[in-house]
Ligand binder design. Sequence first.
Ligand SMILES: C/C(=N\O)c1ccc(O)cc1O
Length: 326
Amino acid sequence: DLMSDDQSSLPRALQDKYVLTRRIGTGVCGEVRLAFERSTCRKFAVKIINKKNFQSEGTATRNAETEIEILQRVDHPCLIKTEDFYQTEDSYYIVLELMEGGELFHRVKSQQQLDEGVAKLYFYQMLCAVQYLHRNGIIHRDLKPENVLLSSSEDECLIKVTDFNQSRILEEAALMRTLCGTPSYLAPEVFTHASSTGYGLAVDAWSLGVLLFVCLSGYAPFHESFGERSVTEQIIHGEFTMVPSKWRRVSNQAKDVVRKLLVVDPKLRMTVDEALQHPWLQDQPMLQTAHRLMKPAGRGDEDDEDDAPSAAVSTEAEPSSAGSLN
Ligand SMILES: C/C(=N\O)c1ccc(O)cc1O
């Protein structure tokens, strides 16, 4: 456990500022531990990425640094904020906001399936988070229930998307520079790739479709236990089954959103913007709840604004960044 020798493997600067305690999450690239900031006793999640877990040194560095730079630039109520970053020769330590409700994965598992209204509230927030990423030219590329965190054990709670290490910032600038030069030597795919950049964003729309399917039904649309086809085959053919017993109480509008996202051809797949305009999400009570949850803490009632800031009011420390995205 961390109270014995493990603490010594932590960066000194990290130990000076935080006390790391129990493990609260595990990922393919490492683990997540609950941490307390010594000076304020505020709670955080510290994600420990073991560099050796990546197939090659180069990838490790690129993935983690891409993740760090992205984490420090994003600023949206439904995206996890980075507080701090440390590294040793064999690990990265990312200090992140703590989400007391844990992973969406465990919530769906423990409840078999979510009520449609709860699934809609969570899905709307995921759409807002991904729309923000896409507007800033970022593809998440690894959206799944383990990467969606809940702020509390309440059904009606804020959700945040995390785990950007598969993310890619579209190299628009590099592509624009290429297209400004003389085109005569450029291969055709450089031009068609320009349009396929748009398709890149569509991968997240597909994953959101899978996420919504799982939230509404409690089981995965593409799974090795269904029929003889492999999961990959099922995905490539967009073959999923809505088991009647699990989908009986789900509205046709909700099913329509799933069907329009789980479309094989990225050109025909519904985009995140289109999903936000879908009738299923034009639900005023849900939107009101979502916007209340997404408002920054302490902005509920303007009258409190001029109260002297009490020690209890946690001031959101903005991660140091060259400049946040819009
Ligand atoms: C990665 C992360 N927060 O950023 C986290 C991961 C697992 C968990 O149970 C709670 C958490 O806050």
